[in-house]
Write a protein that binds this ligand. Sequence first.
Ligand SMILES: Cc1ncc(COP(=O)(O)O)c(C=O)c1O
Length: 471
Amino acid sequence: MPGHKLGCGIPEEFLSSIEKLDLTEIPGLDDLHDPSGIIAKAQELAAGAFGAERSYFLVNGSTVGIHAAISAVCRPGQHLIVGRDSHSAVINGMLIAGVRPYYMMPGYTNTFGICTGITPWEVCRALDDIPDAAGVLITRPNYYGICCDIEEIAKIVHSKNKVLIVDEAHGPHFAFNRRLPVSALEAGADICIQSAHKTLPAFTQGAYLHIGSDRADMGRLEYFLEMYQTTSPSYMIMAFLDIARAIMQRQGTRLLDSLLDSLEACRNSFGGREMILDKAAVPGFDHDATRLTVNVGKLGMTGFEAERILRQRYNIQSEMSDASNVVFICTAADSPERVGILFAALEELRQAAGKSFGRDVDTRLKKEQAFSVFGERVHNCMRNMHAIMGNNRYELEPSDILNAEAERVRLENAAGRISKGIIAPYPPGIPLVCPGEAISRDAADLLTGVIQAGGRVHGISGGGTVAVIKR
Ligand SMILES: Cc1ncc(COP(=O)(O)O)c(C=O)c1O
């Protein structure tokens, strides 16, 4: 990220005098909070391009769209059914809105050591368990490009007359090529939020919120969008939301075809095909083939190590790494040459690993210690936590968590304490511990492992402390 790759995906004419796009609400330039001119027109064009009933420009990333969507759909005290693999934007959005989470557990693939996603069956079960929930929020695709069966999930959610919100932060490009997974809007999402800046030629913080049906209360949605967004929205961000839409509408299919062809060709000649995540590795799920997840654990190194080597030796910056994988976001701005350079480096890494890694690196041990998304051990720790907290329900109300006094304790002393904030390996920003949840010994050990292995964790300060609720 950002998806324009240092401007490669944007025609020079838009970049050469970029400062001239930094404007404000003077006559003729419309108003994001009450659009009737050029912004209204640009949003209408976006709705047409993405297949929405209506689209809104967001200048504070998908984060603000997720917050507004949750506030609009749920009333304080209501439940929202969400995957436990949701991004921190979702967890914070529920806290802000006073909404109680009802968590569905995602599946997990041992081969890659990552979460796959939520099955339609989980959604069915959750809706049966909590029939008065306001709606369901699904994250799709996840950071690794894995896509749950959103068409089936939409049918289930709508059969119960509930609203389906999809966090499609990583999938705004889906609408522009049939070789990619179906877009959430096409599958029936009522509200869909996309980070244009992640995979389209848009600027950081640029995002869209799309409406797919009349199930959501538009008055409430617009009320919260206005409340949560700045009164000084960046015209540069908004201009590039429009430019990204135009580029993708005109050339997206061709550019993505070229990207997919070069990825496929490189993958076919790569010696470690089985190291790359694809649809076959996640039965029951779809996969975005532009998202490259390479399991370097098979080479006897952690993703963190691979990321470091790629940056230092090959001048290649990956998007993220975890205990076993290194992840690359490939976009329409990546030429076949760039894809070729990446695969040449991966091939060298693979061959060098055969000689110098593997023998003396205990991958299994590293996998146990270093960790990015919650896996088997954390599933267990989550189950324990649910036992402590009582049948997958928060004992603490969101307002209790927000208003509780906090103190900082060292991570090694935090087991058994209730977390005040989100503790999330970053990226991907999926909380291992959410506010109001007990920090288990397993979680504390895993987080220590992530830091020791070179990962970053939001919620743990430089001094190794976490904020917990005062006893
Ligand atoms: C799944 C998911 N949802 C939401 C977000 C938040 O998006 P943004 O950074 O555009 O606010 C992210 C960011 O990484 C994400 O990965």
